[in-house]
Design a protein around this ligand. Structure first.
Ligand code: 13P
Length: 252
């Protein structure tokens, strides 16, 4: 179902104690003055999920893992399975983030295994796509993201595709302070929705939440979120400060 979503991706930041404090601060402010019709998600490190789930008690915030294993279980030292994530109380899992593709060699093949396991275990995947600067400069961003989708989420049945959230995160905008302009975001989101419509039909495309990520902050969130095809944001750096994150939520 298409929803307005503001999701934080804490990445590899915060100790457990700092994370709990941050979650409590966001929870309290969301309870007090958070926009009612926005789904708020905190993407925490694995180690924090259980405690963050316990710490938030407004029932208005969902928790996401930032990854899950590509195997169901077994001798895979250091991995955390989708079933384990689900058993913590998390409802979402971020998959295909460019940092995982770039630094940990995540291919479409690996992502397909992760997507299948996430869905089997009742987690909502937040699937990230987005092009590097060279691709944008060559004007090839549309074909690039279309290919990313074709190799991964477009292999899902319509029933499963309906359960996922898409996040468009241009790599050149992540952590760089160089946000996509509102027009660039809208253009790509409209293209993504059109591509989804070609594959699954208009009804499913119109029902898909497509988030923007990449240097989204309290100053630019309002303009980005005002676009008809932008359904919210996946927020990195600005999700680490409760006040900034809440301002972004209230940009709606
Ligand atoms: P920044 O908001 O820090 O640019 O990160 C975006 C991101 O990668 C969210 O997943």
């Amino acid at each position: 179902m298409r929803q307005k979503i503001v999701a934080g991706n804490w990445k590899c930041n915060t100790t457990l104690q700092e994370g709990i404090e941050l979650a409590k601060a966001v929870d309290a402010t969301v309870a007090e003055k958070g926009a009612r019709d926005v789904v708020v998600i905190l993407g925490t490190p694995f180690t924090h999920i259980t405690k963050v789930v316990e710490a938030i008690n407004t029932g208005r915030i969902g928790v996401a893992a930032q990854n899950c294993a590509s195997e169901a279980k077994g001798a895979y030292t250091g991995e955390v399975s989708a079933a384990m994530v689900k058993s913590t109380g998390a409802e979402y899992v971020i998959l295909g983030h460019s940092e995982r593709r770039q630094y940990y060699g995540e291919t479409s093949g690996i992502l397909n295994k992760k997507l299948a396991l996430a869905l089997e275990n009742g987690l909502t995947p937040i699937y990230c796509c987005g092009e590097a600067l060279e691709v944008r400069e060559a004007g090839a961003q549309n074909e690039f993201v279309k290919q990313q989708l074709a190799e991964t989420v477009f292999t899902l049945s319509p029933e499963d595709f309906k359960k996922i959230v898409i996040a468009y995160e241009p790599i050149w905008a992540i952590g760089t302070g160089r946000t996509a302009t509102s027009a660039q975001a809208q253009e790509m989101h409209a293209f993504l929705r059109g591509t989804i419509a070609e594959k699954y039909g208009k009804e499913i495309a119109d029902g898909t939440s497509i988030l923007y990520g990449g240097s989204c902050n309290p100053k630019n969130a309002k303009e980005l979120f005002a676009n008809p095809d932008v359904d919210g944001g996946l927020i990195g750096g600005a999700s680490l400060k409760a006040e900034d994150f809440i301002e972004i939520i209230n940009a709606y």
